[in-house]
Each structure stands twice: as structure tokens, then as C-alpha cells.
Design a protein around this ligand. Structure first.
Ligand code: AMP
Length: 419
């Protein structure tokens, strides 16, 4: 029996992990610069948290949760997203009592039983932020600009922001009614899920990917015509900030979230070159979520980025494929007895923060040189008996072909000076 990684999961190897680290570091650094601090929550939570926090009618809760019963009889679910857990932690630790405004970022795996394909996995990683306790539209702008800067600095190609306002409980019923009147006429054109959504989650029909549903909603009423004064003013400030700081953005009146606790701004980031799974992140304001989960009224805004898709979008660039973890220096030993002293030099270099490596398979001299070239190292240090007796190595710079004997003591300095 040969075991395989379960469908929708995969192993990630070194050449990609370099990209993962780069994206993760970029994201954490940018978030910290904007005053967000890290939070880590468990990989599973009580099932009910997600039923309430994502909504019982949502596709995620209906079809995609990994739910299990513990031997103790408790129903738990692997987190399909991380916003509800962060909000749960905020409420559980009474953070509203000690200065309501908190800014968190998180990073980790989420789990959804999806139809697995490229760009859509059953275990995927998200980086996200939550700004909890501010109703200022500037907080919306802050999260949008932060996500954009993370994606841009990571090098995501063909990046675009889509943005919309979906109103609030004051004005949304009017929009919902107008949409309902429009859509009922087109009922026979809708997919099975969308027919059900007419009663359960009508806004979601607007962003159904089904071709026939897209055609049906083409001329649907535009939410912007239904916004109340407060929503309009809020959205004006958001758009002003976006115009100033985001070079590539578009209003998308069909961008929605289906649930009542989402208010005002919604946004999504799409990347070129990713085909149908091109959303690399999404976010928005959820002023009523904390209350939905049993906390006090706490307006909040945040986003989640899909790290797997970000890395996928970067892999197409040749430079990135080559930029794997290559050592700076590769030690070659001329004879077997010199492997141990060569290894000592490798360890010394590493302790001085210089990436170094050597052959561990007792390969011939020729094969060691081949491995050195293949490793992508900038320098090859050759240790022969004569050099060893004098405390030297022969240092060859692969970029310009120059070589010179260098004392082991001054090796670090020499390499740093040449790098
Ligand atoms: P959502 O919580 O659905 O808004 O997801 C936020 C982001 O997570 C999306 O924009 C995607 O980039 C990413 N994402 C969501 N589901 C998956 C999945 N099954 N596989 C890979 N990435 C995903």
C-alpha cells in the first residue's frame, strides 16, 4: 500500500518554501509597521462558532466544514477561516473592557472541503488582519492599503483591487427588495443553489460564478443607488483613500457578502495569470459580527489573503523559480581525510551567518565540483592537503572566475567583502 497526501492537500518543497518565507515575512513586517500584533488561535473550534460566525446558510457551513465529534461528545470543526476565531478570542478575553480598539494579524492553515483543483485546496494558508473596535472609514482604507502593499511587495503580477459598498441594516432591505423583484422574473435562468438563495441569501446570487446566473444578473439593480447617507459618506472617504494610494482599482457593484453582519465596504484582490481561481484576498467591514457572537457592539474591518495562491502567482516568474535556498559557499575537499576539516569550516561559516554546504555522500572530486555548480553557490572553497597544512582554502568566485588562497581566519571577512 502506497500512502498519498489526501486530496486537496500537498507537500511543499524547498524551492517553493523560499517564496513562502518571503511572502510570510513581507506580510508580518508590513502588518507590524501598521501597528497590528500577532494572534494565534487553535486549529479547531466549537462548531457553533462557525455556524454563527460564517452563517448557517453559507456554502462553507453547508458543504465544506470538517466537523467531528470528540470522544467526549463535543462537536468541533477545523477552522474554515480565522476571523470568527479571532473575534471569539477578543470576546472571551474581554478585550473590549481594556481599550476596545485592537489590531491583530494572523497566519496559518484553514480547512474547507472544496472541490480540489489548482488554486483551490482543502488545506490552505491565510494571512489576515482584523481591526476591531473602530467605525472610522480610515480603518477600512488602512486595511486595503496594507493588503495591497503586502501583495505588491511580494511581487504578485497583474494585481487589481475590486471594491463595493453593500450598505447597512438601514438601507440594505430596500436593495434586497429591489433585487428580489428583479431576480424572481429570472428564476428559471438561475442555478439550483441560486434558486435557494432567493430566500436565504439573495445578495450572493450577484457573485455566483455560474454562466447562466451571471447573465441573469447582468442588469440587476445597483446597490450604490440604495445607500443611505451614512453609508454613502463612509464610502466616499474609503474611495478617496483608495484613489490616492491604489493605482489599479475598480468599483464592482456585484461584489457582495451575503450575511447581515457585513456592512459598508467589501473588497477583493485579484491577480493576473491565475485563471479562474484568481482571488488572492478579500476583506471588508463586519460591524455586527462581534454582537452576533455574543459580544458588545464592536465595529470591525479586516481581510484574509490566500498565501497558496499568492505563491502560485509568483512561481511563473523564472527568477523566483531559481531563487531557492542556495548556499553562498560550497566546500570541496580534495581527499577523503579532508572532509572533516572542510566540515568544520562549513560550521564556522554558518555560525557567522554565511550559508555554507558541502558534499555528504563521499562523492568524487569531479562530482563535488558538479554539485557546487548545481547548488547555485557564489563561491567554491577548495581544501587540499597543502592548503590545509597552512590554514588556507582556495576561494573561487564563480561570478568572475577569480581564485586566491585565503586563510580560514579571514574567510568570513573576505566573503562578506566580495558579496
Ligand atoms: P475567503 O475567506 O473565502 O474570503 O478567502 C480569503 C482568501 O483565501 C481568498 O481570496 C483566497 O485567496 C484564499 N482561499 C479561500 N479558499 C481557498 C482554497 N480552498 N484554496 C486556496 N485558497 C483559498
Amino acid at each position: 500500500m502506497q500512502y498519498k497526501a489526501p486530496s486537496g492537500t500537498r507537500d511543499i518543497f524547498a524551492s517553493d518554501i523560499t517564496l513562502w518565507h518571503m511572502v510570510e515575512k513581507t506580510a508580518c513586517k508590513q502588518a507590524e509597521r501598521a501597528g497590528y500584533i500577532e494572534i494565534r488561535t487553535p486549529a479547531f473550534e466549537q462548531t457553533d462558532l462557525f455556524m454563527r460566525g460564517i452563517g448557517e446558510e453559507s456554502e462553507v457551513v453547508q458543504k465544506q466544514m470538517y466537523t467531528f465529534t470528540t470522544p467526549g461528545g463535543e462537536s468541533l470543526t477545523l477552522r474554515p477561516e480565522i476571523t470568527a476565531p479571532v473575534m471569539r478570542a477578543y470576546i472571551e478575553h474581554s478585550m473590549h473592557k481594556t481599550g476596545a480598539f485592537r489590531k491583530f494579524y494572523y497566519l496559518g492553515p484553514s480547512f474547507r472541503y472544496e472541490r480540489a483543483q489548482k488554486g483551490r485546496w482543502r488545506q490552505f494558508s491565510q494571512f489576515g488582519v482584523e481591526a476591531i473596535g473602530s467605525e472610522s472609514p480610515l480603518a477600512d482604507v488602512e486595511t486595503i492599503v496594507l493588503a495591497w502593499d503586502i501583495l505588491k511587495q511580494s511581487g504578485v503580477p497583474g494585481l487589481k483591487l475590486l471594491i463595493n459598498s453593500i450598505g447597512c441594516p438601514e438601507c440594505r432591505p430596500l436593495f434586497r427588495k429591489a433585487l428580489g423583484d428583479y431576480i424572481t422574473e429570472k428564476k428559471d435562468k438561475l442555478c439550483k443553489d441560486c434558486v435557494r438563495r432567493i430566500d436565504t441569501n439573495i445578495l450572493r446570487i450577484l457573485d455566483c460564478k455560474n454562466e447562466s446566473c451571471r447573465e441573469a444578473v447582468k442588469d440587476a439593480p445597483d446597490v450604490s443607488q440604495f445607500l443611505c447617507q451614512t453609508c454613502e459618506t463612509h464610502f466616499e472617504v474609503v474611495k478617496r483613500g483608495v484613489k490616492q494610494f491604489i493605482p489599479d482599482w475598480k468599483l464592482d457593484p456585484h461584489l457582495v457578502r451575503g450575511l447581515d453582519y457585513y456592512t459598508h465596504t467589501v473588497y477583493e484582490f485579484v491577480a493576473g495569470e491565475l485563471g479562474s481561481q484568481n482571488a488572492v484576498g478579500g476583506g471588508g467591514r463586519y460591524n455586527l459580527l462581534v454582537e452576533e457572537l455574543g459580544g458588545p457592539p464592536t465595529p470591525s474591518v479586516g481581510f484574509a489573503l490566500g498565501l497558496d495562491r499568492i505563491v502560485l502567482s509568483l512561481q511563473s516568474s523564472v527568477e523566483n523559480r531559481l531563487a531557492n535556498a542556495s548556499p553562498t559557499v560550497y566546500l570541496v575537499s580534495i581527499s577523503d581525510e579532508l572532509r572533516e576539516p572542510a566540515f568544520e569550516i562549513v560550521l564556522r561559516l554558518r555560525r557567522s551567518s554565511i550559508p555554507a554546504d558541502m558534499d555528504f555522500e563521499n562523492r568524487s572530486l569531479k562530482a563535488q565540483f558538479r554539485a557546487a555548480n548545481k547548488s547555485g553557490a557564489q563561491f567554491v572553497a577548495v581544501l587540499g592537503p597543502e592548503e590545509h597544512s597552512k590554514g588556507l582554502v582556495n576561494l573561487k568566485c564563480l561570478a568572475d572566475g577569480t581564485q586566491e588562497p585565503v586563510s580560514v581566519e579571514s574567510l568570513v571577512e573576505k566573503i562578506l567583502g566580495k558579496k
